[in-house]
Design a protein around this ligand. Structure first.
Ligand SMILES: [Zn+2]
Length: 92
């Protein structure tokens, strides 16, 4: 859609929403917007933004590590532990 469904103002650039009414230009724009939000939230930059925006950086960082660890597949975890154990054995 080239115009806002609410105020019928022409669309500005690559905006998904009408800046005046905060309404999506079309259903597709809404989907694209959500997709973009999701991508940004899951990207490292997005996560970093969350940490930096938090009042308590340390707490936010801890939460992020917990989240990242939870999202790590079991196989990767086992591999990481094996590497860790191997280095431990080598050092001591
Ligand atoms: Zn509008």
């Amino acid at each position: 859609m080239k115009n806002c469904p609410e105020c019928h103002q022409p669309r500005l650039g690559e905006q998904f929403k009408c800046p005046k009414c905060d309404v999506f230009y079309s259903k597709l724009d809404e989907l694209l917007f959500e997709e973009q939000q999701k991508k940004e939230q899951n990207s490292l930059k997005g996560r970093l933004k969350v940490v930096l925006a938090a009042a308590d950086h340390k707490q936010a960082m801890r939460e992020e590590f917990k989240r990242a660890w939870k999202n790590t597949p079991l196989k990767t975890k086992i591999t990481l532990w094996s590497i860790f154990a191997f280095i431990f054995v080598l050092v001591f």
